[in-house]
Write a protein of this length. Structure first.
Length: 440
Protein backbone atom coordinates (compact mmCIF):
# COMPACT_ATOMS: atom_id res chain seq x y z
CA UNK A 1 0.00 0.00 0.00
CA UNK A 2 1.46 3.37 -0.98
CA UNK A 3 0.64 6.58 0.83
CA UNK A 4 -0.74 9.26 -1.54
CA UNK A 5 0.59 12.79 -1.60
CA UNK A 6 -1.94 14.54 0.61
CA UNK A 7 -2.18 18.32 0.89
CA UNK A 8 -5.63 18.90 2.28
CA UNK A 9 -6.49 22.08 4.16
CA UNK A 10 -8.16 22.36 7.53
CA UNK A 11 -10.53 25.31 7.61
CA UNK A 12 -12.54 25.17 10.83
CA UNK A 13 -11.46 22.48 13.26
CA UNK A 14 -7.97 22.79 14.72
CA UNK A 15 -8.07 19.20 15.94
CA UNK A 16 -9.99 16.32 14.35
CA UNK A 17 -13.29 15.57 16.05
CA UNK A 18 -13.77 11.98 17.19
CA UNK A 19 -17.42 11.19 16.50
CA UNK A 20 -18.83 8.04 18.11
CA UNK A 21 -22.09 6.10 17.72
CA UNK A 22 -24.59 5.81 20.56
CA UNK A 23 -27.54 3.46 20.18
CA UNK A 24 -28.95 4.37 23.60
CA UNK A 25 -28.33 6.67 26.56
CA UNK A 26 -25.94 4.30 28.31
CA UNK A 27 -23.80 3.93 25.19
CA UNK A 28 -23.74 7.72 24.85
CA UNK A 29 -22.27 8.03 28.34
CA UNK A 30 -19.64 5.38 27.66
CA UNK A 31 -18.68 7.01 24.35
CA UNK A 32 -18.19 10.38 26.03
CA UNK A 33 -16.34 8.93 29.04
CA UNK A 34 -13.96 7.09 26.72
CA UNK A 35 -13.04 10.17 24.71
CA UNK A 36 -15.61 11.04 22.05
CA UNK A 37 -15.79 14.75 21.15
CA UNK A 38 -19.29 14.20 19.79
CA UNK A 39 -21.81 11.39 19.50
CA UNK A 40 -24.48 10.72 16.92
CA UNK A 41 -27.76 9.14 17.95
CA UNK A 42 -31.12 8.28 16.43
CA UNK A 43 -34.50 9.63 17.40
CA UNK A 44 -37.65 7.59 17.14
CA UNK A 45 -38.36 8.87 13.62
CA UNK A 46 -36.57 9.68 10.36
CA UNK A 47 -33.40 7.65 11.00
CA UNK A 48 -31.79 4.64 9.31
CA UNK A 49 -31.49 2.39 12.38
CA UNK A 50 -35.07 1.60 13.29
CA UNK A 51 -33.91 -1.50 15.22
CA UNK A 52 -31.64 0.46 17.55
CA UNK A 53 -33.04 1.48 20.93
CA UNK A 54 -33.10 5.11 19.78
CA UNK A 55 -33.84 8.13 21.94
CA UNK A 56 -36.97 9.80 23.24
CA UNK A 57 -36.81 13.59 23.54
CA UNK A 58 -36.44 13.23 27.29
CA UNK A 59 -33.44 10.93 26.82
CA UNK A 60 -31.99 13.35 24.29
CA UNK A 61 -32.14 16.17 26.82
CA UNK A 62 -30.43 14.01 29.42
CA UNK A 63 -27.79 12.96 26.90
CA UNK A 64 -27.12 16.56 25.85
CA UNK A 65 -26.83 17.62 29.51
CA UNK A 66 -24.36 14.80 30.19
CA UNK A 67 -22.29 15.49 27.06
CA UNK A 68 -22.00 19.21 27.86
CA UNK A 69 -20.33 18.41 31.19
CA UNK A 70 -17.50 16.87 29.20
CA UNK A 71 -17.45 19.43 26.39
CA UNK A 72 -19.04 17.03 23.91
CA UNK A 73 -21.85 17.52 21.41
CA UNK A 74 -24.82 15.40 20.35
CA UNK A 75 -25.94 14.98 16.73
CA UNK A 76 -29.12 13.24 15.55
CA UNK A 77 -29.32 11.11 12.41
CA UNK A 78 -32.39 12.25 10.45
CA UNK A 79 -31.21 10.63 7.26
CA UNK A 80 -34.05 8.67 5.68
CA UNK A 81 -35.08 9.23 2.09
CA UNK A 82 -38.57 10.51 2.84
CA UNK A 83 -41.71 9.49 0.99
CA UNK A 84 -44.70 11.82 1.07
CA UNK A 85 -46.11 10.07 4.11
CA UNK A 86 -42.81 10.50 6.00
CA UNK A 87 -42.75 14.28 5.74
CA UNK A 88 -45.80 14.75 7.94
CA UNK A 89 -44.72 15.84 11.40
CA UNK A 90 -41.15 16.78 10.44
CA UNK A 91 -41.54 20.41 11.56
CA UNK A 92 -42.59 19.52 15.10
CA UNK A 93 -39.87 16.88 15.28
CA UNK A 94 -37.14 19.34 14.29
CA UNK A 95 -38.37 21.95 16.78
CA UNK A 96 -38.23 19.35 19.53
CA UNK A 97 -34.67 18.42 18.58
CA UNK A 98 -33.61 22.05 18.75
CA UNK A 99 -35.30 22.57 22.10
CA UNK A 100 -33.59 19.44 23.45
CA UNK A 101 -30.21 21.07 22.76
CA UNK A 102 -29.14 18.91 19.82
CA UNK A 103 -26.14 20.52 18.09
CA UNK A 104 -26.75 19.20 14.57
CA UNK A 105 -28.83 16.84 12.49
CA UNK A 106 -27.45 14.52 9.81
CA UNK A 107 -29.71 14.71 6.75
CA UNK A 108 -29.87 13.07 3.32
CA UNK A 109 -33.19 14.28 1.90
CA UNK A 110 -33.19 17.86 0.48
CA UNK A 111 -36.77 18.30 1.69
CA UNK A 112 -35.65 17.86 5.30
CA UNK A 113 -32.61 20.08 4.67
CA UNK A 114 -34.93 22.84 3.42
CA UNK A 115 -37.40 22.55 6.31
CA UNK A 116 -34.61 22.55 8.90
CA UNK A 117 -32.87 25.62 7.50
CA UNK A 118 -36.11 27.61 7.33
CA UNK A 119 -37.64 26.45 10.59
CA UNK A 120 -34.70 26.05 13.02
CA UNK A 121 -31.72 27.99 11.62
CA UNK A 122 -29.88 27.53 14.92
CA UNK A 123 -29.75 23.76 14.35
CA UNK A 124 -26.76 22.80 12.21
CA UNK A 125 -27.47 20.57 9.20
CA UNK A 126 -24.78 18.08 8.21
CA UNK A 127 -25.18 16.31 4.88
CA UNK A 128 -25.43 12.53 5.36
CA UNK A 129 -23.17 10.01 3.67
CA UNK A 130 -26.40 8.68 2.11
CA UNK A 131 -26.13 11.53 -0.43
CA UNK A 132 -23.02 9.81 -1.88
CA UNK A 133 -21.09 13.08 -2.15
CA UNK A 134 -17.73 12.32 -3.76
CA UNK A 135 -16.42 15.45 -5.51
CA UNK A 136 -15.62 19.06 -4.67
CA UNK A 137 -18.23 20.54 -7.02
CA UNK A 138 -21.01 18.69 -5.19
CA UNK A 139 -19.53 19.72 -1.83
CA UNK A 140 -19.42 23.33 -3.07
CA UNK A 141 -23.12 23.11 -3.98
CA UNK A 142 -24.06 22.08 -0.46
CA UNK A 143 -21.87 24.80 1.03
CA UNK A 144 -23.76 27.34 -1.08
CA UNK A 145 -26.96 25.86 0.37
CA UNK A 146 -25.68 26.88 3.79
CA UNK A 147 -24.48 23.53 5.17
CA UNK A 148 -21.34 23.73 7.33
CA UNK A 149 -20.41 20.05 7.04
CA UNK A 150 -20.61 17.22 4.51
CA UNK A 151 -20.27 13.54 5.42
CA UNK A 152 -18.61 12.10 2.34
CA UNK A 153 -19.58 8.82 0.72
CA UNK A 154 -17.46 5.88 1.84
CA UNK A 155 -16.22 5.51 -1.74
CA UNK A 156 -14.13 8.70 -1.54
CA UNK A 157 -10.35 8.22 -1.55
CA UNK A 158 -7.89 10.19 0.56
CA UNK A 159 -6.55 11.94 -2.54
CA UNK A 160 -10.08 13.00 -3.48
CA UNK A 161 -10.70 14.26 0.06
CA UNK A 162 -7.51 16.35 -0.07
CA UNK A 163 -8.65 17.84 -3.38
CA UNK A 164 -12.07 18.68 -1.93
CA UNK A 165 -10.40 20.48 0.99
CA UNK A 166 -8.26 22.45 -1.46
CA UNK A 167 -11.34 23.77 -3.27
CA UNK A 168 -14.03 24.20 -0.63
CA UNK A 169 -13.98 25.94 2.77
CA UNK A 170 -16.15 23.45 4.66
CA UNK A 171 -15.92 20.76 7.33
CA UNK A 172 -15.48 17.23 6.01
CA UNK A 173 -16.60 14.19 7.97
CA UNK A 174 -15.59 10.66 6.96
CA UNK A 175 -16.25 7.20 8.31
CA UNK A 176 -12.93 5.82 9.51
CA UNK A 177 -14.00 2.66 11.35
CA UNK A 178 -16.78 0.08 11.30
CA UNK A 179 -19.05 -1.85 8.98
CA UNK A 180 -19.02 -1.15 5.26
CA UNK A 181 -22.13 -1.62 3.13
CA UNK A 182 -21.67 -4.03 0.23
CA UNK A 183 -23.84 -1.79 -1.91
CA UNK A 184 -23.10 1.75 -3.07
CA UNK A 185 -23.25 4.11 -0.09
CA UNK A 186 -26.07 2.09 1.39
CA UNK A 187 -28.29 2.30 -1.69
CA UNK A 188 -29.45 -1.29 -1.41
CA UNK A 189 -32.84 -2.90 -1.92
CA UNK A 190 -32.07 -6.52 -1.02
CA UNK A 191 -33.78 -6.01 2.31
CA UNK A 192 -36.84 -4.57 0.55
CA UNK A 193 -37.17 -7.63 -1.68
CA UNK A 194 -36.36 -10.29 0.89
CA UNK A 195 -38.17 -8.99 3.97
CA UNK A 196 -40.29 -6.03 2.84
CA UNK A 197 -38.14 -3.79 5.05
CA UNK A 198 -36.94 -0.60 3.36
CA UNK A 199 -33.20 -0.13 3.80
CA UNK A 200 -33.40 3.58 3.07
CA UNK A 201 -36.16 4.18 5.60
CA UNK A 202 -34.43 2.48 8.52
CA UNK A 203 -35.28 -1.18 7.96
CA UNK A 204 -32.11 -2.84 6.58
CA UNK A 205 -31.97 -6.50 7.60
CA UNK A 206 -28.35 -6.90 6.40
CA UNK A 207 -29.24 -9.46 3.74
CA UNK A 208 -25.65 -9.40 2.44
CA UNK A 209 -24.51 -11.06 5.68
CA UNK A 210 -26.99 -13.94 5.49
CA UNK A 211 -25.81 -17.46 4.67
CA UNK A 212 -26.76 -18.70 1.21
CA UNK A 213 -26.60 -21.95 -0.73
CA UNK A 214 -25.29 -21.60 -4.30
CA UNK A 215 -26.63 -23.41 -7.36
CA UNK A 216 -26.27 -23.14 -11.11
CA UNK A 217 -28.82 -23.99 -13.75
CA UNK A 218 -28.05 -27.30 -15.46
CA UNK A 219 -29.23 -26.15 -18.90
CA UNK A 220 -26.87 -25.15 -21.73
CA UNK A 221 -25.44 -21.62 -21.49
CA UNK A 222 -27.70 -18.98 -23.00
CA UNK A 223 -30.95 -20.88 -22.39
CA UNK A 224 -33.78 -18.45 -21.57
CA UNK A 225 -35.24 -18.87 -18.07
CA UNK A 226 -38.76 -17.68 -17.36
CA UNK A 227 -39.72 -15.67 -14.29
CA UNK A 228 -41.64 -18.68 -12.99
CA UNK A 229 -38.55 -20.86 -13.31
CA UNK A 230 -36.41 -18.25 -11.59
CA UNK A 231 -38.83 -18.25 -8.69
CA UNK A 232 -38.73 -22.04 -8.56
CA UNK A 233 -34.91 -21.93 -8.52
CA UNK A 234 -35.00 -20.22 -5.14
CA UNK A 235 -36.44 -23.36 -3.56
CA UNK A 236 -34.54 -26.58 -2.88
CA UNK A 237 -32.99 -28.39 -5.89
CA UNK A 238 -35.64 -29.83 -8.16
CA UNK A 239 -36.15 -30.33 -11.91
CA UNK A 240 -36.78 -27.08 -13.85
CA UNK A 241 -37.83 -29.10 -16.90
CA UNK A 242 -37.48 -32.77 -17.76
CA UNK A 243 -33.85 -33.78 -17.33
CA UNK A 244 -32.69 -30.37 -16.06
CA UNK A 245 -31.87 -29.66 -12.42
CA UNK A 246 -30.09 -27.06 -10.35
CA UNK A 247 -26.47 -28.08 -9.80
CA UNK A 248 -25.12 -27.34 -6.31
CA UNK A 249 -21.88 -25.35 -6.28
CA UNK A 250 -20.88 -26.64 -2.88
CA UNK A 251 -20.24 -29.88 -1.05
CA UNK A 252 -22.28 -30.79 2.04
CA UNK A 253 -19.31 -30.03 4.29
CA UNK A 254 -18.65 -26.58 2.74
CA UNK A 255 -19.51 -23.30 4.43
CA UNK A 256 -22.45 -21.41 3.05
CA UNK A 257 -21.94 -18.30 0.92
CA UNK A 258 -22.16 -14.72 2.25
CA UNK A 259 -21.32 -11.44 0.52
CA UNK A 260 -20.65 -8.93 3.28
CA UNK A 261 -17.73 -6.52 3.28
CA UNK A 262 -14.86 -6.56 5.72
CA UNK A 263 -14.93 -3.78 8.30
CA UNK A 264 -13.16 -0.48 7.82
CA UNK A 265 -10.24 0.34 10.13
CA UNK A 266 -7.94 3.38 9.78
CA UNK A 267 -6.32 3.32 13.22
CA UNK A 268 -2.90 2.65 11.72
CA UNK A 269 -3.31 5.54 9.25
CA UNK A 270 -4.20 8.44 11.55
CA UNK A 271 -1.49 10.75 10.08
CA UNK A 272 -2.90 10.28 6.56
CA UNK A 273 -6.44 11.13 7.71
CA UNK A 274 -5.25 14.31 9.41
CA UNK A 275 -2.97 15.35 6.55
CA UNK A 276 -5.84 14.96 4.09
CA UNK A 277 -7.77 17.55 6.10
CA UNK A 278 -10.61 15.42 7.46
CA UNK A 279 -12.30 17.36 10.26
CA UNK A 280 -14.43 14.64 11.86
CA UNK A 281 -13.44 10.99 12.26
CA UNK A 282 -16.65 8.98 12.36
CA UNK A 283 -17.01 5.51 13.90
CA UNK A 284 -19.87 3.34 12.67
CA UNK A 285 -21.92 1.19 15.04
CA UNK A 286 -25.09 2.44 16.75
CA UNK A 287 -26.16 -1.21 17.01
CA UNK A 288 -22.84 -2.32 18.55
CA UNK A 289 -22.21 -3.18 22.20
CA UNK A 290 -21.00 -0.93 25.00
CA UNK A 291 -17.72 -2.87 25.05
CA UNK A 292 -17.26 -2.21 21.33
CA UNK A 293 -17.96 1.53 21.60
CA UNK A 294 -15.69 2.04 24.61
CA UNK A 295 -12.80 -0.01 23.21
CA UNK A 296 -12.84 1.55 19.75
CA UNK A 297 -13.25 5.13 20.98
CA UNK A 298 -10.47 4.62 23.52
CA UNK A 299 -8.01 3.35 20.91
CA UNK A 300 -8.65 6.17 18.44
CA UNK A 301 -8.60 8.76 21.24
CA UNK A 302 -5.11 7.71 22.27
CA UNK A 303 -3.83 7.66 18.69
CA UNK A 304 -5.25 11.09 17.79
CA UNK A 305 -3.99 12.70 20.98
CA UNK A 306 -0.52 11.21 20.53
CA UNK A 307 -0.27 12.52 16.97
CA UNK A 308 -1.54 16.00 17.83
CA UNK A 309 0.91 16.26 20.74
CA UNK A 310 3.93 15.41 18.57
CA UNK A 311 3.28 14.96 14.84
CA UNK A 312 6.96 14.58 13.96
CA UNK A 313 7.65 12.02 16.66
CA UNK A 314 4.36 10.12 16.33
CA UNK A 315 4.61 6.33 16.49
CA UNK A 316 1.66 3.99 16.12
CA UNK A 317 1.66 1.78 19.22
CA UNK A 318 0.92 -1.91 18.53
CA UNK A 319 -1.10 -2.15 21.75
CA UNK A 320 -3.73 0.23 20.34
CA UNK A 321 -4.43 -2.20 17.52
CA UNK A 322 -4.32 -5.14 19.90
CA UNK A 323 -7.00 -3.45 21.98
CA UNK A 324 -9.09 -2.76 18.90
CA UNK A 325 -8.95 -6.40 17.86
CA UNK A 326 -10.64 -7.32 21.14
CA UNK A 327 -13.75 -5.51 19.93
CA UNK A 328 -13.58 -6.33 16.21
CA UNK A 329 -16.41 -8.47 14.86
CA UNK A 330 -15.03 -9.03 11.34
CA UNK A 331 -11.74 -8.90 9.45
CA UNK A 332 -10.49 -5.35 8.84
CA UNK A 333 -9.31 -3.33 5.85
CA UNK A 334 -8.87 0.29 4.71
CA UNK A 335 -11.97 0.55 2.53
CA UNK A 336 -11.73 2.94 -0.43
CA UNK A 337 -9.17 5.31 1.10
CA UNK A 338 -6.23 3.94 -0.93
CA UNK A 339 -7.59 1.49 -3.51
CA UNK A 340 -10.91 0.18 -4.75
CA UNK A 341 -11.78 -2.89 -2.66
CA UNK A 342 -11.79 -6.19 -4.56
CA UNK A 343 -12.87 -9.76 -3.82
CA UNK A 344 -10.28 -10.04 -1.05
CA UNK A 345 -12.07 -7.29 0.86
CA UNK A 346 -15.33 -9.22 1.10
CA UNK A 347 -16.35 -12.15 3.24
CA UNK A 348 -17.64 -15.02 1.12
CA UNK A 349 -18.02 -17.60 3.83
CA UNK A 350 -19.13 -17.35 7.45
CA UNK A 351 -16.13 -16.20 9.45
CA UNK A 352 -15.33 -16.85 13.06
CA UNK A 353 -16.05 -13.87 15.25
CA UNK A 354 -12.78 -12.10 15.90
CA UNK A 355 -13.70 -10.57 19.26
CA UNK A 356 -12.76 -13.09 21.97
CA UNK A 357 -13.78 -10.92 24.94
CA UNK A 358 -16.98 -10.12 26.84
CA UNK A 359 -17.73 -7.04 28.93
CA UNK A 360 -17.76 -8.55 32.44
CA UNK A 361 -18.06 -5.61 34.83
CA UNK A 362 -18.15 -1.84 35.29
CA UNK A 363 -16.16 -0.14 38.05
CA UNK A 364 -18.42 2.02 40.23
CA UNK A 365 -16.04 2.83 43.10
CA UNK A 366 -12.44 2.27 44.19
CA UNK A 367 -11.19 2.22 47.78
CA UNK A 368 -7.47 3.04 47.82
CA UNK A 369 -7.06 2.03 51.48
CA UNK A 370 -8.30 -1.52 50.99
CA UNK A 371 -7.39 -1.88 47.29
CA UNK A 372 -10.92 -3.03 46.50
CA UNK A 373 -13.32 -2.01 43.79
CA UNK A 374 -17.11 -2.03 43.66
CA UNK A 375 -17.97 -3.64 40.34
CA UNK A 376 -21.34 -3.85 38.62
CA UNK A 377 -21.70 -7.24 36.93
CA UNK A 378 -22.36 -7.22 33.19
CA UNK A 379 -21.50 -10.86 32.43
CA UNK A 380 -20.99 -13.86 34.72
CA UNK A 381 -17.54 -14.05 36.33
CA UNK A 382 -16.10 -15.92 39.33
CA UNK A 383 -12.94 -16.40 41.40
CA UNK A 384 -10.08 -17.97 39.50
CA UNK A 385 -10.91 -16.37 36.14
CA UNK A 386 -8.41 -14.10 34.41
CA UNK A 387 -9.80 -10.67 33.58
CA UNK A 388 -8.55 -7.39 32.13
CA UNK A 389 -9.26 -3.88 33.37
CA UNK A 390 -9.10 -0.94 30.99
CA UNK A 391 -10.29 2.64 31.06
CA UNK A 392 -10.14 6.09 29.48
CA UNK A 393 -7.26 7.26 31.70
CA UNK A 394 -4.83 4.65 30.37
CA UNK A 395 -5.85 1.99 32.87
CA UNK A 396 -4.85 -1.44 31.59
CA UNK A 397 -3.82 -4.55 33.47
CA UNK A 398 -4.61 -8.26 33.81
CA UNK A 399 -5.32 -10.12 36.99
CA UNK A 400 -7.00 -13.22 38.37
CA UNK A 401 -10.29 -12.70 40.15
CA UNK A 402 -9.86 -13.43 43.86
CA UNK A 403 -12.51 -13.40 46.55
CA UNK A 404 -15.86 -11.74 45.86
CA UNK A 405 -18.21 -10.13 48.40
CA UNK A 406 -21.60 -8.53 48.19
CA UNK A 407 -22.11 -5.01 49.57
CA UNK A 408 -22.85 -6.41 53.04
CA UNK A 409 -19.53 -8.28 53.10
CA UNK A 410 -20.94 -11.77 52.45
CA UNK A 411 -18.68 -14.08 50.46
CA UNK A 412 -19.87 -15.01 46.93
CA UNK A 413 -18.92 -17.97 44.78
CA UNK A 414 -19.65 -15.99 41.58
CA UNK A 415 -21.12 -12.77 40.23
CA UNK A 416 -23.99 -14.37 38.40
CA UNK A 417 -26.88 -11.88 38.55
CA UNK A 418 -27.31 -9.10 35.97
CA UNK A 419 -26.16 -5.70 37.35
CA UNK A 420 -25.17 -7.34 40.65
CA UNK A 421 -22.82 -5.10 42.68
CA UNK A 422 -19.83 -6.98 44.08
CA UNK A 423 -16.58 -6.04 45.78
CA UNK A 424 -13.23 -7.51 44.80
CA UNK A 425 -9.54 -6.91 45.31
CA UNK A 426 -7.79 -5.28 42.35
CA UNK A 427 -4.06 -5.43 41.65
CA UNK A 428 -3.83 -1.79 40.56
CA UNK A 429 -5.88 1.39 41.14
CA UNK A 430 -9.01 1.72 39.02
CA UNK A 431 -11.52 4.51 38.53
CA UNK A 432 -15.22 5.07 37.97
CA UNK A 433 -16.27 3.85 34.51
CA UNK A 434 -13.24 1.62 34.01
CA UNK A 435 -14.35 -1.67 32.48
CA UNK A 436 -13.49 -5.28 33.22
CA UNK A 437 -13.60 -7.88 30.48
CA UNK A 438 -12.97 -11.60 30.25
CA UNK A 439 -12.17 -14.07 27.50
CA UNK A 440 -15.20 -15.86 26.09
Amino acid sequence: MTTPNLKGKRYRLDKPELLAPAGNLEKLKFAVHYGADAVYIGGQKYGLRSNADNFSFEEMREGVEFAKKYGAKVFVATNIYAHNEDVEGIEEYLRNLYEAGIAAIIVADPAIVDVARRLVPGLEVHLSTQQSTLNWQAVSFWKEEGLPRVVLGRETSLEEIAEIKQHVDIEIESFIHGAMCSSYSGRCVLSNHFTDRDSNRGGCCQSCRWKYDLFEDGRPEGTWVSEEEQATAQASPQPLQPGVTQLPLFAPEDNQFTMGSKDLCMLERIPDLIEAGIDSFKIEGRMKSIHYVATVVNAYRQAIDAYMADPEGYVMKPEWMQELQKAANRPLNTGFFYDTPDHEDHIYEPEEKAAPYDFAGLVLEYDAETGTALVQQRNHFKPGQEVEFFGPNHTWFKQTVGELWDEEGNALDAARHPLQRVRMKVDQPVAYFDMMRKKK
